[in-house]
Ligand binder design. Structure first.
Ligand code: HEC
Length: 121
């Protein structure tokens, strides 16, 4: 059992970047397809909303942590049809926003397990 745990940890340590980079890549693709129209490719502004959704002047700190931001996206975004993308896609795009904002780093993954522990400032 102990050996199995060790082996699992070794495998995880060897491949985290690959696994988590996939979620970030997915988030980037989702953003490009479903969010750029209203928020701009750079998240600064688009046709739908004039406040940046990451970086300087953004107001996403009001969501307090990654779970709060996810829950907002879960219910409301994309604004023209929140059901256009599924829950996994919403986690991925939330990760993409937070990496761009500097609250998370490439190589990290985001899910219900860690979201409440990731602050947004
Ligand atoms: C059809 C236009 C439209 C699309 C597409 C869209 N949004 Fe939005 N977004 C808005 C509008 C409008 C608001 C402001 C809503 C409000 O305050 O009631 C907003 C607000 C937000 C906010 C909150 C920003 C803040 O400071 O309050 C986030 C985060 C966000 N959108 C993320 C996304 C993501 C992620 C996607 C793609 C999955 C997306 N949006 C797609 C129009 C859009």
């Amino acid at each position: 059992m102990r050996y199995v745990t060790l082996l699992a940890l070794t495998v995880l340590a060897a491949f985290p970047a690959a696994a988590d980079q996939a979620q970030l890549d997915r988030g980037r693709a989702i953003y490009a397809e479903y969010c750029t129209l209203c928020h701009g490719a750079d998240g600064r502004r688009g046709q739908g909303f004039q406040t940046p959704i990451w970086g300087p002047q953004t107001q996403i700190a009001k969501f307090q942590n990654a779970l709060g931001l996810f829950e907002y996206n879960e219910v409301l975004m994309p604004f023209d049809g929140p059901d256009k993308i599924d829950e996994a896609a919403k986690w991925a795009v939330t990760l993409y926003l937070l990496v761009n904002h500097g609250a998370m780093q490439a190589g990290q993954s985001l899910s219900r397990v860690n979201a409440a522990q990731i602050p947004i400032r």
